[in-house]
Ligand binder design. Structure first.
Ligand SMILES: C[S@@+](CC[C@H](N)C(=O)[O-])C[C@H]1O[C@@H](n2cnc3c(N)ncnc32)[C@H](O)[C@@H]1O
Length: 251
């Protein structure tokens, strides 16, 4: 179970989450809070994801409006509760073009329980420890707050390689992650610097990478300073093929 920050706990955050979702029309039967508090008492993998349910982060991404206009096959890779998928649908994205993938049911189940939409949403989610999609299945992949949860660079690389393979020609990866200004050897999580993120994306084959950061560096966890990084990268297979052809013709 992940740790709730000091001053709060599962019950407090469930009350807040239900309050937020009631504003969007979700209704709860009496005793539902107690039911959920018992059901999820043994395990909430990502407390902060529960703490922001109903406030989908994808809407803050600088590329969000462009993605909405494209409306092509999209994978939310590490979808958690599915908050971002629900936002996309609410904002007009074609429902049949979206899939949410995660390696664990924990947050997806919390999303179902809080939105009370398991029946109507279950076809959108895929859970597997192994990456289950065929190459070139999607035109866009969203990676929302996944990279900074990974313990080592190998895991991040494997994730990016899968995402690159699953994109069609000219497909786009866009995402956000917590980044660090510089490394603190004692830090529990090894966040990426902007340069490291760029290097990893380039190393996987992404082109036209843009990284934008959110405001100022803020202290988080002891001496470390961090801030949100939003990125876009294009997995340009077609471009590569064109480059090769160009090289042959001029060579
Ligand atoms: C901090 S949560 C973010 C969830 C959601 N994207 C959001 O922004 O609210 C990170 C999620 O990534 C998932 N995850 C971790 N490694 C993954 C991988 N290799 N492939 C897909 N999902 C992964 C976790 O299970 C978790 O649900």
């Amino acid at each position: 179970m992940g740790q709730f920050p000091d001053g709060t706990n599962l019950r407090i955050e469930l009350v807040k989450a239900m309050d937020r979702l009631e504003h969007f029309g979700v209704t709860y039967p009496s005793g539902y809070l107690e039911e959920l508090a018992v059901k999820h008492s043994s395990r909430v993998n990502y407390p902060r994801v529960l703490m922001r349910i109903g406030e989908p982060r994808i809407r803050r991404h600088p590329y969000y409006n462009t993605i909405l206009e494209r409306g092509s096959d999209l994978l939310d890779c590490g979808c958690g509760t599915g908050d971002d998928i629900r936002a996309l649908i609410k904002d007009g994205y074609p429902r049949d073009k979206i899939k949410g993938f995660d390696i664990d049911w924990n947050s997806i189940n919390i999303g179902y329980d809080l939105y009370r939409d398991r029946e109507s949403m279950h076809d959108l989610f895929v859970v597997s420890k192994k990456f289950p999609f065929a190459n070139k299945t999607f035109d866009a992949v969203y990676s929302g707050n996944v990279l900074h949860t990974m313990k080592d660079r190998r895991k991040i690389s494997d994730y990016l390689i899968n995402v690159h393979k699953v994109l069609r020609d000219g497909g786009i990866l866009f995402g956000s992650t917590l980044g660090t200004e510089s490394h603190i050897p004692s830090a529990r999580r090894k966040l990426l610097t902007e340069n490291e993120l760029r290097h990893l994306l380039e190393g996987t084959g992404f082109k036209n990478i843009e990284i934008k950061t959110d405001g100022r560096w803020k202290k988080s966890g002891g001496k470390r300073r961090s801030k949100w990084m939003h990125w876009i990268g294009i997995g340009t297979f077609k471009q590569d093929a064109g480059d090769q052809k160009g090289k042959r013709e001029t060579g």
